[in-house]
Ligand binder design. Structure first.
Ligand code: PMP
Length: 279
């Protein structure tokens, strides 16, 4: 049976509840971060907890705990669950507030530990399609619990038989996916946007790997440059690196995962961050 941590206590999943006047329920106010285990051990726990603090700061939510405390609670919640590989979801709610709007310094800490999902092998063998769409309402540097824009964008992606939607900003720059960062190989340089994105932890690992392999540029990536990309891929905690072989109706390169993508994928696997596959 799954054990979650809620507001200072460990409890079975079905008993894990928070008061309904929490700003998370009333207004969708709160932040979270998601990490995974590899060989049963959390990957980049400190980095994810640091990003949780950055997210909280971005929405002006004061956290009354130290990063160490949150790491300890995450580790203990993981230990109380008997899972081979897990996702650890650390959530901080806005807390209860008399005006139903402004956090009053009493956020609630929630840690959910769930089985790590298995992702389809064909994503990695054949590559996937993504769509692009103009994003209207986002706070890119905060992992807000409000994923409504992302959920709607993903629905559009599914309708187009794509696995991810890439946000385009008003100036026409490609930014990132709903739950992933974006990379494109353009004229021999691996380009990834640096502004208007969530600073992905997988992105950082990939950037470090790529720097030893090819020229790398962190810069704006206008959507109109995408059709000339030789290779494109997306990165994220659970998905690792997924090759992108079609953007909207246009194939990327020859429509198959390219050599640089494969090389970085292999390097990521060697660094023990490989996604969990089915089949
Ligand atoms: N961008 C967004 C909007 C995300 O939600 C995620 C998933 N956390 C990412 C990028 C990828 O970040 P990471 O590699 O840290 O999972």
């Amino acid at each position: 049976m799954a054990i979650y941590h809620v507001d200072g206590q460990f409890m079975p999943a079905e008993k894990a509840v928070i008061p309904v006047d929490d700003l998370a329920v009333v207004r969708g106010i709160g932040v979270f971060d998601l990490l995974r285990t590899y060989d049963g051990k959390p990957l980049f726990l400190q980095e994810h907890v640091q990003r949780l603090f950055d997210s909280a700061k971005a929405i002006k939510l004061d956290l009354p705990w130290s990063p160490d405390h949150i790491c300890r609670v995450a580790l203990e919640t993981l230990a109380r669950n008997d899972l081979e590989e897990a996702n650890i979801r650390i959530i901080v709610t806005g807390g209860s507030s008399p005006d139903f709007m402004t956090p009053q310094g009493k956020p609630r800490l929630i840690v959910l530990v769930t089985p790590l999902p298995r992702l389809p092998r064909w994503w990695y063998d054949q590559g996937v399609k993504v769509i692009t769409l103009v994003s209207e309402r986002r706070i890119p540097d905060a992992k807000s619990i409000d994923y409504l824009p992302a959920a709607m964008a993903l629905q559009k992606a599914r309708e187009a038989e794509a696995v991810e939607a890439i946000y385009i900003d008003r100036r026409g720059n490609a930014l990132e996916g709903t739950t992933s960062n974006l990379f494109a190989l353009i004229d021999g340089t691996l380009v990834t946007p640096g502004k208007g994105i969530l600073s992905g932890i997988t992105r950082k690992v990939v950037l470090a790997i790529a720097q030893g392999i090819c020229p790398v540029a962190v810069r704006d990536l206008p959507r109109k440059e995408l059709p000339k990309a030789q290779e494109v891929f997306i990165t994220g905690t659970n998905k690792g690196l997924v090759p992108v072989v079609q953007i909207d109706d246009t194939p990327v390169g020859d429509g198959r995962p390219g050599p640089l993508t494969r090389r970085i994928m292999a390097a990521l696997e060697a660094q023990m961050t490989a996604p969990r596959l089915s089949g």
